[in-house]
Write a protein that binds this ligand. Structure first.
Ligand code: ADP
Ligand code: MG
Length: 288
């Protein structure tokens, strides 16, 4: 027969929209003392909007070249830039040799020009330093800034903002009260990571983490003796979810993330993470 306490916990998880894919991992959730959250789409809504443009060339041309590249990309930042340009009535041009640069940006040849759109990391590869005060200010405000490099020259930048999910505050607060250390992991820039983790009261963060490095950060904390829960939504998060002691996927996340996780938060609510740990503690702490 199923022990009563397990039956109760099954109905509690079900009622809270917590789907257990791996019961053994769910049992381990009681021992977690570190939780790493992915930023975009997990702690934040993952819905970006362009808020500012800094352009060193004609702004419509900047938008047109950028949109021509970005409409080929699946990235949410790319979608935001494409939508913004569309709303301005800009029409895309043909692109040759399009490629995505994982965790960094996108590239293509438009109108004979080599166009890159991407992260501060990408700028570093070109050896370009950011000197423009407006760009610096936008980064300090915690906005995500992506850069447009045309034929090796910095030609402009887009600032985008995302919204922290209101439930993320509660998630971090409860975990800390439970004695769990809270980390954040993101491919985004240092300034954005700092601003979001300060806002949420997160203990520590890893910024500018490339997709293949996310699992390494989980490994790092495990090697320091932590029992690690990883919470994510993206394709990029899948290896980290598998590497963690308990992998937790956001229900609205990608299929790959969901298939890599032990527990799924059907309501996509980060505050369900402390709930998972509480129910696991309640269910398994008394059992031998
Ligand atoms: P995250 O871990 O925050 O979900 P990613 O690893 O997907 O982010 O991307 C990291 C960074 O690379 C983004 O914050 C952005 O600066 C840049 N980037 C990636 N793809 C694109 C793109 N298609 N257009 C512009 N910037 C991009
Ligand atoms: Mg994400």
């Amino acid at each position: 027969a199923v022990p009563l306490v397990v039956a109760i916990s099954t109905s509690m998880t079900a009622k809270n929209g917590i789907l257990i894919r791996d019961r053994r991992a769910f049992e381990q959730a009681k021992d977690l003392n570190a939780v790493i959250f992915d930023k975009t789409g997990t702690l934040t809504e993952g819905k970006f909007g362009v808020t500012d443009i800094v352009s060193f060339i004609d702004e419509d041309e900047l938008l047109q070249l950028s949109m021509s590249i970005e409409r080929n990309s699946e990235h949410i930042i790319a979608k935001a830039i494409t939508n913004y340009a569309k709303e301005k009535g800009i029409k895309p041009l043909d692109v040759k040799d399009y490629k995505t640069i994982p965790g960094k940006g996108a590239f293509g040849v438009v109108d004979g020009k080599q166009v890159y759109v991407g992260s501060p990391n990408l700028l570093k590869e070109f050896g370009i330093e950011i000197e423009d005060e407006r760009i610096k200010r936008l980064q300090e405000e915690g906005k995500t800034v992506v850069f447009v490099v045309i034929d090796g020259q910095l030609s402009g930048a887009f600032a985008l903002s995302d919204r922290i999910k209101p439930e993320s505050y509660e998630a971090v607060k409860q975990l800390k009260e439970m004695g769990v250390k809270v980390f954040m992991l993101t491919g985004d820039a240092e300034e954005v990571a700092r601003s979001v983790s300060q806002e949420l009261g997160i203990d520590d963060y890893f910024a500018q983490v490339l997709p293949h490095e996310k699992a390494q950060k989980v490994e790092l904390l495990k090697n320091q003796g932590y029992k690690v829960g990883m919470v994510g939504d993206g394709i990029n998060d899948a290896p980290a979810l598998v590497t963690a002691d308990v992998g937790i996927a956001i229900g609205a996340g990608t299929d790959v993330a969901i298939e890599s996780a032990d527990v799924i938060l059907v309501k996509s609510n980060p505050a369900d993470v402390p709930k998972v740990i509480k129910i696991s503690r309640m269910t398994f702490s008394k059992m031998v």
